[in-house]
Design a binder for this molecule. Structure first.
Ligand code: GCO
Ligand code: MG
Length: 403
């Protein structure tokens, strides 16, 4: 069997997505997600100009060999653009293998290790009362785990908070990057009050999660972890920029609040020390940005040796193809933790037809052979790419900061 086509589809049904479609000489096709928010066209070009041509004529069934060919064979390794391109190829090949076998991908990964995949949603509000209202709505939808982000008095915009009441959170903006301002002091004073209010109103039944989005120094992160210990969080995410893996030793020494990291990491090398030294509790890498199912499974298996669990990044800026792939892995691996699920724009769900489903707090990849996600290419063509950027952040005195 041979690959005879590898096509990149860039579309904007509600937001931008980059999808790779691989076609075999037997007419079987596979899909992979290659979306890198705000840098979509760089991955599209990496695929079109450097990867698709060398896929033609290869055996689609040799997934591991193709992965190694694209990773080792390229000489220039790692990074989000390269790893998203490899991730898309890998996903598409698993999709094809599943379709050839007549089995959903999770069966090829060893079968289900659980009945369903616990998903967490996002409750956001401009202040505490609005956040509590949003929390009640998510609880009503059955979520057993809810991420809570809230506006901070004195700060115009805060990461993770929707601009309008009840609106879905969407950080990317059309045109130039939005400039946001940030004050660590104001944030650190306010967050414990938010969790106190949530626990006081809703008790301890639901898992609470929170994302600091890389904004803190190690000692500030340690203080935040300590200050919310009584509210028993499921995790604190991305406390400090994870390029500096050693920073987590200091955080660990000070707090028992569980720590999650990984959405901007791309390879096993980026998280090796974090896992080996047990500096984190959850590894949050995602199928697209971390080189596909093949590589993410390697990361999760390695993590399982150290009791580190998975918590796949699953924002609405990764396509429903990525979410489908993540759910197959989530269902199969022994050390699953939780899956992020923000939901999608209506137009997105018309373009991508999905076998995966959400029901009462849990998700399932479905029983369709392969990944179980298809794209309506004619409809996708009606939503052309629209340039959009992620915001940037500055401290109140104008210093550039981590967004
Ligand atoms: C999350 C993430 C996202 C990212 C986004 C960037 O935990 O879901 O932090 O909200 O900011 O994926 O494109
Ligand atoms: Mg995050």
């Amino acid at each position: 069997m041979k690959i005879v086509g590898a096509d990149v589809i860039v579309c904007c049904p509600g937001r931008n997505f980059v999808t790779l479609k691989i076609t075999t000489d037997e007419g079987v096709t596979g899909l992979g997600d290659a979306t890198l928010n705000g840098r979509e066209l760089s991955v599209a070009s990496y695929l079109k100009d450097h990867v698709c041509p060398v896929l033609i004529g290869r055996d689609p069934q040799r997934i591991e060999d193709t992965w190694q060919y694209l990773y080792r064979g390229a000489y220039w390794r790692r990074g989000p653009v390269t790893m998203s391109a490899i991730g898309a190829v890998d996903m598409a090949l698993w999709d094809i293998k599943g379709k050839l076998a007549g089995l959903p991908v999770y069966q090829l990964l060893g079968g289900a290790s659980r009945e369903g995949v616990m998903a967490y949603s996002h409750a956001t509000g401009r202040d505490i009362p609005e956040t509590l209202e949003a929390f009640a709505e998510h609880r009503e939808k059955g979520f057993r785990a809810i991420r809570v982000q809230c506006g901070v008095p004195g700060m115009k915009s805060v990461y993770g908070v929707s601009k309008k009441k009840g609106a879905a959170y969407e950080p990317a903006t059309k045109g130039w990057p939005e400039e946001q301002s940030w004050s660590t002091e104001k944030y650190l004073d306010y967050v414990p009050r938010l969790f106190e209010a949530v626990r006081e109103k809703f008790g301890f039944d639901i898992h609470l999660l929170h994302d600091a989005h890389h904004r803190l120094s190690p000692i500030e992160a340690a203080r935040l972890g300590k200050s919310v210990e009584d509210y028993r969080l499921f995790w604190l995410e991305d406390l400090t920029p994870a390029e500096n893996q050693e920073a987590f030793r200091l955080i660990r020494r000070h707090t028992v609040t569980p720590i999650a990291v990984g959405e901007v990491l791309n390879t096993i090398w980026d998280c090796k020390n974090l896992i080996e030294e047990q500096l984190i509790d959850y590894i949050r890498m995602t199928v697209t940005h971390a080189g596909g199912i093949t590589h993410l499974k390697r990361v999760f298996d390695f993590a399982s040796l150290y009791q580190v669990r998975s918590g796949s990044h699953g924002p609405s800026d990764l396509s429903p193809v990525c979410l489908g792939a993540a759910l197959h892995l989530d269902l199969a691996i022994p050390n699953f933790g939780v899956q992020e699920y923000m939901g999608y724009h209506e137009q997105t769900m018309e373009v991508f037809r999905c076998a995966w489903r959400y029901e009462d707090g849990f998700m399932h990849p479905g029983e369709k052979p392969g990944l179980g996600v298809e794209i309506d290419e004619a409809l996708a063509a009606k939503y052309p790419y629209e340039p959009a950027f992620l915001p940037v952040a500055r401290l109140e005195d104008g210093t550039m900061w981590n967004w």
